[in-house]
Unconditional design. Structure first.
Length: 367
């Protein structure tokens, strides 16, 4: 459900023009443009020849002004690139426009028991994230969640774990033996990999990372077996694990940076290599990674892994410095998150329903 906050009789086109008149063009206010509300967002139409240069910097400034000016009447979606669309039969001077995706109103946080929220996921193959937003993990494989302590990162990870545990097999790798491991234990999940306490052989400073690598390589072999079975069982070109009746496998790894602390360089390299293979090859076999960390730096996960992950979530404080690893597009683009505990931003690649970076409120689980 969308919370609509638009006043009665509100003319958004005239209002937006009044906001742009001086803020976009400065003292050189101009009227050689048009602004329209269209399906799925807004269209800024320059009237050529113009007195101003239109480039990515101009588009960023346009978005920044409207983003704050139109909230909460509309929720703007930050495109990953400048969106230029054709306008048929408009004449040479008006035949193109800058499109900014938007949703009317302010999306709301979901609330319910994990069973209720996961029921929809089983029926649709999509895990609900907000009232009008869901994650199709087949179409958009793998996820990474980042955020500093207290941002709600662990809560969001637990929500995904609860949902995924009702959809397929889950594996929990928790170097802190904390929330994720305890949730897995509560749900009687067999596949929980935690370090030993103290200075034991399988401690964080000992062979724990090697234990994790061994388990991931075992899952990698299972992935190859699934791929072979799929290849032998069908002649279809576009297919995946569902065609041969298999369930998805979700591998949750909490606090990747802590996992790698104190380990031998060779083991770290081995860990990053197996992550790469699972991310690049896992989709058709139904093997999905869900990673959690404070910052998605290349020293923790290789760039090829980060670039291959479809669902990207950052919770808590949003600025250019802490967003640049997952959302380099925001380096010059302040964002207006929805606010409240567990709030942040996300993008979902590979799903045409989502045009860019959107605000997020983590669902509230009542059980």
């Amino acid at each position: 459900m969308i919370v609509k906050t638009r006043p009665a009789g509100f003319d958004v086109e005239q209002y937006a023009k009044s906001c742009l008149k001086y803020t976009l063009f400065g003292d050189n206010a101009t009227t050689d443009y048009d602004f329209k509300k269209v399906k799925g967002g807004f269209l800024f139409v320059p009237v050529y020849p113009t007195t101003y240069i239109i480039d990515e910097s101009f588009y960023n400034r346009l978005f920044t002004i409207l983003n704050l000016a139109l909230t909460p009447m509309y929720t703007l979606i930050r495109p990953l690139t400048m969106q230029v669309v054709d306008i048929p039969n408009a004449g040479a001077g008006r035949s193109r426009g800058l499109f900014i995706p938007a949703r009317e109103g302010k999306p709301r946080r979901l609330s319910g028991t994990s069973a209720d929220l996961a029921k929809n996921a089983r029926e649709t193959g999509r895990i609900p994230l907000m009232d009008l937003m869901s994650w199709d993990y087949v179409k958009s494989p793998h996820a990474v969640i980042t955020g500093v302590s207290g941002s709600g990162k662990s809560y969001f990870l637990k929500y995904l774990f609860s949902a995924c545990s009702r959809l397929g097999d889950v594996f929990a790798i928790d170097p802190k033996c904390s929330d994720l491991a305890r949730l897995a234990k509560q749900k009687n999940v067999e596949n929980v990999i935690v370090p030993s306490f103290g200075d034991g052989v399988n401690s964080i400073s000992g062979s724990y990372l090697q234990t994790v690598v061994d388990e991931l390589e075992r899952l990698e072999m299972q992935m190859y077996e699934r791929q072979a079975k799929l290849f032998d069982s069908t002649n279809r070109i576009s297919t995946d694990y569902r065609e041969i009746g298999l369930k998805p496998i979700f591998i949750f790894i909490d606090e990747v940076a802590a996992l790698m602390t104190g380990s031998d360089k060779a083991v770290k390299t081995e860990f990053q290599n197996v992550l790469t293979r699972l991310v690049v090859l896992g989709r058709e076999a139904g093997v999905y990674l869900v990673l959690s960390m404070q910052s998605a730096r290349a020293e923790y996960i290789p760039t090829v892994v980060r670039d291959s992950i479809s669902l990207r979530v950052q919770l808590g404080r949003i600025n250019g410095e802490n967003s640049r690893f997952l959302f380099p597009e925001l380096s010059e683009m302040p964002f207006v998150p929805l606010g409240g505990k567990g709030s942040g931003i996300l993008s979902i690649a590979g799903d045409p329903e989502y045009a860019g970076i959107e605000p997020l409120l983590t669902p509230t689980i009542l059980d």
